[in-house]
Structure formats: C-alpha cells, structure tokens
Design a protein around this ligand. Structure first.
Ligand SMILES: Nc1ncnc2c1ncn2[C@@H]1O[C@H](COP(=O)(O)OP(=O)(O)OP(=O)(O)O)[C@@H](O)[C@H]1O
Ligand SMILES: [Mg+2]
Length: 343
C-alpha cells in the first residue's frame, strides 16, 4: 500500500500532495529564518525538501499508466498475458482494472478465434482428403468411375456441404441475424418424416434401429420455423442413432407443456448417454462429449440446435433419465420445449 492509495480521487491526491509540500516548505523556511540561515542556502534546501516529499507521496501514482502502455504494446504484438498490478483506488486504478478486464476478454476472444480456425480447418480436411483420394484414384485408373466410386465422392461432398452449412449458421449466430418464419404444423407427420430421414441415414451406416414415435394428443401442432426445428430434430435423431447400440430403440415423444401451452419434444436412445458433467458442455461449439467418442461428428449440431430453439424462446437440455440405468449420472434424454408463439 502506498501513502495516497486509499484516496479515491486523483484530484484529491494532487491536492494533498500540493498542500503537504507547501506546508513542508513553509515550516522549513520558518525554521531556517529562525536559525538565521542565509536565504541563498534556504531556497535550494526548501525546494529539495518539497521534491523529496512529492517523490514519497506520489510514489505509484502513475505506475499503472506506464504498465498499461507496456501492456498495450505487448497486446499489439499478440501477447495478452500482461496484467496491471495496482492497489490504487482512484480513476487511474479504475482504468487499470478496466484495462485488465479488457485484456482478459480479448485473450478469450483470441483463443476462441484460434480454436475455431484450427477446428474448422481440421474438420474440412477429412472430407477434402477423402474426396481428393477418390478422384485421384479415378484419374489414375486405379478405380473405375462407376456409380459406386462416384457415390463415395458424393458422400464426401455432402459432408463438406453440410459442414459449410453449419459454419454459415454459426456465422449467422455471431452476426446476430435472426430470421424465423413461423408457421403452424402438425407434429405427427413432421416427426414421422424426420424419423424416416434419420432411419435412412442410420441404415446407410449399417444400423438397423427401432424407432418409436408418440404424439400426445395425436393432432398436436406446433407454431415454429419448421425447417429450423426439422434441422434440430434431425441432429437429435442423428446423435441418438449414432450413440445407440446397433439394434437399439430410439423414442421420440411430443406433448403439450403443462405450463404455457407450448410443446415439448423429447428424444431418448438406449446408448451410453451423456455424463452429468458434460450436460452443458455438449451444447458448446466443437464439443465432442467426453473427448473423442468415435461418433465422427463435428460437435456443431447441438450448439446450432440450442441457438435455433432459443431463437424461438424455447429451451433444449439434457434431462435426467427416468429409466433405471447402470450409471445414474448419465442420460441420453434430450428435451426441447417450444413456447406457444403467436403468429
Ligand atoms: N444421444 C447421445 N448419446 C450420447 N452422447 C451424445 C448424444 N448426443 C450428443 N452426444 C454427445 O454430445 C456431443 C455433441 O453433439 P453434437 O450433435 O453437438 O455434435 P456431433 O454429433 O459430435 O457432431 P455434428 O452434430 O456437428 O455432426 C457428441 O459429440 C456426443 O459426444
Ligand atoms: Mg450431432
């Protein structure tokens, strides 16, 4: 703690400084006059004494400013690690605190940006490499350009375009562009279509899953942006089918929410589920629950799903599994709610 650190205003600090220096000068002049000292000797003595007092009292008053200058230079070079250390409580101290908060914020943003670039390039590399290998084989005559070979190339291209779509969605999220087009649709045919599409995808991966759809009441409708919600359900079903045991059952249930006349859709599979500690993390971008789980996803699906549902004012979360499980901490029940939206 420095002498004037306790004062909350820079102006008051300066005032104290001036007052103390003046007092010291006056007292010294008075003493030297009383001691009959020559004025030519008194003057430098008084000036030196006033300077010493100023030095002592002003210690640390501007050091946060110097630290900030050096930190700002470091930030310009991309180093966000410098922190401003100060115990001062005046405006300079507040500025130093704000500066430190800004540096922390910038450091986080920078890390997220780096991670994003690294993740995106990594995710793009896999389908591009597959596509390239397949096309090279065809050009070199190693593979015949028959429908089967082209099918492989097409699958990789589809993966690429899905990924690009997801990335576009992410940039829309960041840009805050909100476009939802509300319509009322019946959930029974909607969920059947979604399940049919998911079943085709699962079969293409050699999985013969059982699907159960319950809509209560059967003519239940939702008012929402149907294509966006279809994308959300498609991702939930895709996740469920990828984490299910090969002959597992995936249940989709829709009902009216008791509180606000909205709808609630729940997807549950018989796979290992998501650990309690990962329940929030799986909704972050590029998060593959529990490390690499071999499901081969990008980790964008649930992040985009949460954004789409929240755009509707709804919620999406992993909820406790009502069935007895070997590990009660894990759950594969995802519940989304959509509030009743006036059109
Ligand atoms: N039904 C589920 N059972 C077990 N784990 C799941 C389930 N759904 C999601 N997860 C976990 O949550 C993670 C994030 O899911 P998300 O849908 O966001 O990404 P992804 O499926 O890995 O990739 P993408 O959907 O972008 O192709 C998954 O990697 C997986 O670890
Ligand atoms: Mg997914």
């Amino acid at each position: 703690m420095r002498p004037l650190d306790r004062l909350r205003s820079f102006k008051v600090k300066l005032g104290v400084l001036v007052a103390v220096s003046v007092c010291v000068a006056v007292v010294l002049t008075w003493l030297s006059l009383a001691a009959d000292m020559h004025p030519l000797l008194t003057l430098p003595l008084v000036v030196i004494a006033a300077l010493v007092v100023t030095q002592i009292l002003a210690r640390g008053m501007t050091s946060p400013l110097r630290q900030m200058t050096s930190a700002a230079r470091a930030m310009a070079r991309g180093d966000y690690s410098q922190r401003i250390e100060t115990s001062s409580r005046d405006e300079v101290g507040e500025l130093a605190d704000a500066f430190t908060r800004m540096a922390t914020e910038l450091q986080t943003t920078d890390t997220v940006r780096r991670d994003l670039v690294a993740n995106v390039s990594h995710e793009l590399r896999t389908p591009v490499a597959g596509l390239r290998a397949q096309l090279e084989n065809i050009v070199d005559g190693v593979t015949e350009p028959d429908p089967a070979a082209l099918e492989v190339a097409l699958t990789e291209t589809e993966r690429l375009s899905d990924l690009v779509d997801d990335l576009l969605d992410l940039s829309r999220i960041d840009a805050g562009v909100i476009d939802i087009d509300l319509e009322e649709f019946a959930l029974t045919p909607f969920l059947h279509e979604a399940v049919d599409a998911a079943d085709m995808g699962a079969r293409a991966r050699g999985r013969d899953l059982r699907w159960a759809i319950e809509v209560e009441p059967a003519d239940l409708t939702a008012t929402a942006d149907a294509p966006r919600i279809r994308q959300v359900i498609a991702n939930l079903l895709d996740n469920a089918s990828r984490h299910s045991p090969p002959d597992g059952r995936v249940r989709v249930r829709a009902e009216r929410t008791t509180r606000d006349d909205g709808v609630l859709i729940q997807v549950r599979d018989e796979g290992p589920g998501i650990a309690r500690a990962d329940r929030e993390r799986v909704f972050e971008r590029f998060q593959h629950g529990g490390g690499s789980d071999g499901s081969g996803g990008t980790g964008l699906g649930l992040a985009i799903a949460r954004w789409a549902v929240e755009l509707h004012g709804g919620t999406i979360e992993v909820i406790d599994d009502p069935r007895p499980r070997t590990d009660p901490d894990r759950s594969s029940v995802i519940r989304l709610t959509l509030p009743d939206m006036p059109r």
